[in-house]
Write a protein that binds this ligand. Structure first.
Ligand SMILES: [Zn+2]
Length: 273
């Protein structure tokens, strides 16, 4: 298990169990990319806040890019619920028409470098892109952590040795994403819904089993492990929600996202005794 924890008040890296892993090894982000993918979808202005998607039950014996990881289906869901449940169908369907360049420029705007480029992913490969499991889309885990902070409206941060440097405020990022006052409102609403979705992850979504004593924004993810055909679990945590003190990324090999969240609850208890 590997942990990278940021002290946002002290503007420093609070804990880092494996610097080479977090800062040098490109990884598949799995569902942790979904908050950033949602920003890209909204930047492409595909339906705005009302855009619901129906995630129907599917047959687990018939693999399909349109099937969700939960074969019971999530029903009719909005974008916050899509994040809380990590619904693949929502991202595949809403993401289908987003030009890959907008996805790439959104990744760049939140500080993710590797793997995105402006490469045109053929339509048939985009489902894997939106769900963070495309083998050619990898990023550094440390960048993924600060990228998720940016997507959650906490501004853009950069690392310098043990320090954290503020690069852009939330307002400056929104100015960059918005083309006019109307789209500024839409981007702000999207960020509010991203936060609502990540808040729901811990209360009714994919991380509801374990409990952390403070309110937290949480995103779990499960990515394929190319080495052994199994899966690896990921979790992003920002806590408390208002005036956050700690941002944490936890990687637990040979597990799933919800198991990573259970481990993160233990790690948070050690960081905040
Ligand atoms: Zn679903």
């Amino acid at each position: 298990m590997k942990i990278l924890a940021l002290d946002l008040e002290g503007r420093r890296i609070a804990f880092d169990s494996d610097r080479d892993f977090f800062f040098r090894e490109p990884v598949l982000p799995g569902s942790l990319v979904k908050p950033i993918a949602l920003l890209a979808i909204e930047r492409a202005q595909l339906g705005g806040a009302g855009g619901r998607v129906v995630c129907p039950p599917s047959d687990s014996r018939v693999p399909s890019v349109l099937s969700c990881w939960d074969h019971r289906g999530h029903g009719s869901i909005d974008r916050s619920q899509a994040l809380a449940y990590s619904c693949n169908r929502f991202f595949v369907e809403r993401g289908a028409e987003v030009p890959p360049e907008i996805f790439a420029s959104t990744l760049a705007a939140v500080g993710l470098s590797g793997g995105s480029g402006a490469r045109a992913f053929p339509p048939g490969e985009r489902a894997a892109l939106w769900c963070g499991v495309h083998p050619e889309f990898r990023c550094l885990a440390a960048e993924l952590l600060t990228g998720l902070l940016a997507a959650a409206g906490e501004g853009l941060w950069a690392y310098s040795n043990e320090r954290l440097l503020p690069v852009k405020t939330r307002g400056a990022l929104i100015d960059e994403w918005a083309r006019d006052p109307q789209s500024r409102k839409e981007v702000e609403a999207a960020i509010r819904d991203i936060r609502r979705g990540l808040e729901g992850t811990a209360s009714f979504g994919t991380a509801k089993e374990a409990r952390w004593r403070w309110p937290a924004l949480v995103k779990t993810g499960t990515s394929p492990d190319a080495a052994d055909q199994g899966t690896d679990g990921w979790v992003f945590v920002l806590t408390p929600i208002q005036k956050p003190k700690t941002a944490l990324l936890l990687y637990r090999p040979k597990s799933r996202g919800k198991d990573a969240w259970a481990s993160a609850v233990g790690a948070l208890a050690l960081l905040h005794p």
